[in-house]
Write a protein that binds this ligand. Structure first.
Ligand code: GLA
Length: 663
């Protein structure tokens, strides 16, 4: 199991490095990411490279048996790049230049930035390709994190080139963007700009293509460096750390380009039960890895420094968080960062070695985590067993959260998280999948969820339909299937792309006011919980009503429907049901689809299975403060080796139960 984190030795006198390595050995650290922000140290002046310090660091780590995930160091250019080439600086939507002084101050379309980054990568690859400590290449860092898009003139020219490739002639672009509206019609590609600040709402098609373009530009930066590494050191895998919880780039297109999918995840302290969001992001990451193992590149041992109030993790929490990621497919747990900085903007961000030093509760927990991960080595050769699929789509995320939509309260991840947590609480595991282009991609799942899948092309609509006709169950939530891949509305009633699968026809959206709630009733008239945010003037067209609005803008109208089509079922949830109603609905949907949880799971407990050739490993994580008993038989890898019929966990406790195939 990989265990370690970002190691930034350039922030410390070299005398500290020996202590670092001693402590790494004490904690059982196996892998560190070196040099992510070291460009200014590695190339202090243009074309003058200083590798001596990095040679010593890699040798020290290698001698200590710690593997290195070596960065290409291009995540943050040194100040000289901006001084010599000010055109490499990014520009925001309002035309303001973003200056050096923090990080990631570069335009992803800048040929100068790309050439300089490739040159440094070439040097690093040539020098370290054969180093015994080198295990993995780490290109850039969190592409798009701060400079998600750049609106400068260089980007504008690159955007026009990208559009010419995509549309060939300007009338095709006019058609795709619907430029007959508001006199936006272009006579030539040279008139087109990125969506800079405008007097009022910009063109949604332009915005959507600009997001696609920006994702592709960052990806081109990654690919250029990756190709250098693959040429010079074909035996060493290449990664870049994703942020699967963000909308910055289209990670489905990125996932195809990396050798190892790795991800960063940080809890939001103000969110109640934030382990649920962690679980979802881990599943998204496993989806990006095609169900195969992946690597948690960064999380935090305790507080971060970038939230308004940076809450410290409580004892046991960092181990529990780490094991959640491992349960959901990570091959270890890495952190930002090894040693807490003394200076700089992240000095209040926790680390493995805190300011207090090794005589601290936090360090002792870090050492415990090292022991825990070592015991979980057998889990490496296993993959997560899921019950249900959930379709996730970055382009729908962008389209859903554009300006001038029916309600600002409709946010992309909201329903995905709601469905996911209901299933997690029911003891079920979700695979996250892309929008299908053929029904075969969904065929292994008895139940598929499509939350807020706003953009659905005709081929995707056909794939969903064939999946249901062939016997699958599909559950769709509101604001899905509304528009095609150009963000043009499917006409004839909502949700256009899903109308026949779901057997409904919606004449009008009826969003609710902030704080407004509607009651829901069952077919027998009994109360069935509440909903908020959204309602629709929905008409049945083959489906039956499951729940109906008791009040609100469309009383008596169906809010949840069920439609038999061919051998399958199409369920539609036309409103934002509360958690209890969502859970009750999913209970019914799952049982009709033949999806059953392998174990009864008490409240607050998360249960995930990873299966290998010889054994299945059941992760049982108690997020509640109360002790629990869960009827999972087997041997706890973290316990005393005795086989039991059930797991008893203290509040916050974790067990990983091995169940041998033979037994
Ligand atoms: C990101 C970055 C790290 C660090 C952490 C802080 O994940 O990749 O360099 O800034 O955030 O949480």
């Amino acid at each position: 199991m990989a265990f370690g984190g970002d190691y930034n030795p350039e922030q410390w006198p070299s005398a500290v490095w020996a202590d670092d390595v001693t402590l790494m050995r004490e904690a059982g650290v196996t892998l560190v990411s070196v040099g992510i922000f070291s460009w200014a140290h590695l190339e202090p002046r243009p074309g003058e490279y200083e590798f001596g310090w990095l040679d010593r660091v890699l040798d020290l780590l290698g001698e200590a048996g710690v593997d290195v995930d070596l960065a290409t160091a291009t995540a943050s250019p040194p100040p000289w790049l901006a001084r010599l080439y000010p055109e490499t600086l990014p520009v925001d939507r309002d035309g303001r230049t973003l200056w050096p002084g923090s990080r990631q101050a570069y335009c992803p379309s800048s040929p100068v930035f790309r050439a300089r980054a490739a040159a440094l990568t070439e040097q690093l690859a040539a020098r370290y390709a054969g180093h015994p400590a080198l295990a993995l290449w780490h290109v850039g860092n969190e592409y798009g994190c701060h400079t998600t898009c750049c609106w400068c003139d260089t980007s504008a020219a690159a955007f026009r080139g990208w559009l010419e490739q995509r549309y060939r002639d300007v009338d095709a672009l006019n058609e795709a963007w619907g430029t007959s509206f508001w006199s936006q019609r272009y006579g030539d590609f040279s008139e087109v700009l990125p969506p800079r600040a405008t007097p009022t709402f910009g063109n949604p098609g332009q915005e959507l293509d600009f997001r696609r373009f920006s994702s592709d530009e960052h990806l081109a930066c990654f690919v250029a460096e990756r190709d250098v590494l693959r040429r010079v050191s074909p035996h060493v895998p290449v990664t870049t750390n994703f942020m699967a919880h963000t909308e910055v780039v289209d990670y489905w297109t990125w996932a195809r380009e990396v050798d190892v999918v790795s991800n960063d995840h940080y809890l939001l302290a103000h969110q109640p039960d934030n382990h649920l969001e962690l679980a979802f992001c881990a599943d998204v990451t496993r989806g990006l890895a095609g169900g195969q193992p992946w690597l948690l590149m960064e999380h935090s041992t305790s507080a971060v420094n970038w939230q308004p109030r940076n809450v410290a993790k409580r004892p046991g929490e960092t181990i529990r968080n780490s094991l959640q990621h491992v349960a959901r497919g990570s091959q270890g747990a890495l952190f930002f960062q090894w040693r807490q900085s003394r200076a700089g903007a992240e000095k209040y961000h926790s680390a493995l070695v805190p300011h207090a030093g090794a005589d601290s509760r936090l360090w002792r927990e870090v050492v415990d985590l090292g022991v825990t991960l070592e015991r979980l080595a057998p889990v490496l050769a296993s993959t997560v067993q899921a019950d249900v699929a959930l379709v996730f789509d970055w382009q729908s995320w962008w389209a859903t959260e554009q300006v001038a939509t029916p309600s600002v309260d409709v946010t992309y991840r909201d329903r995905a998280l709601a469905l996911h947590r209901a299933l997690l609480r029911a003891g079920l595991t979700v695979d996250v999948v892309p929008t299908p282009s053929s029904p075969d991609e969904l065929a292994t799942y008895p139940l598929v969820l499509a939350p807020t899948l706003h953009l659905v092309s005709q081929p995707a609509a056909d794939a969903f339909r064939a999946y249901v006709e062939g016997g699958g169950s599909l559950l769709v939530t509101y604001f899905s299937g509304i528009a095609d891949e150009r963000d043009h509305v499917h006409l004839g009633g909502y949700p256009g792309a899903f109308r026949d699968v779901l057997g409904v026809r919606v004449e009008e959206f009826c969003p609710l006011l902030s704080g407004e709630q509607v009651g829901l009733v069952d077919t027998d008239g009994s109360g069935a919980g509440t909903a908020d945010v959204w309602a629709e003037d929905l008409h049945l067209a083959g489906a039956e009503a499951v729940l109906t609005y008791a009040d609100g803008p469309v009383p008596g109208t169906p809010a949840v429907t069920r439609h038999r089509l061919g051998n399958g079922l199409g369920w539609y949830v036309a409103t934002r049901t509360d958690d209890a109603s969502t859970a009750a609905l999913l209970h019914r949907v799952c049982s009709e689809a033949g999806v059953t949880a392998p174990y009864d799971v008490p409240a607050g407990v998360e249960l995930v299975r990873r299966a290998g050739d010889e054994a299945t490993y059941v992760f049982v994580l108690n997020h509640s403060p109360e002790p629990v008993t869960v009827p999972v038989p087997g041997v706890d890898l973290l316990g005393d080796g005795v086989s039991e019929q059930e797991v008893r966990l203290s509040g916050g406790g974790v067990a990983v139960i091995r169940q041998d195939r033979s037994g």
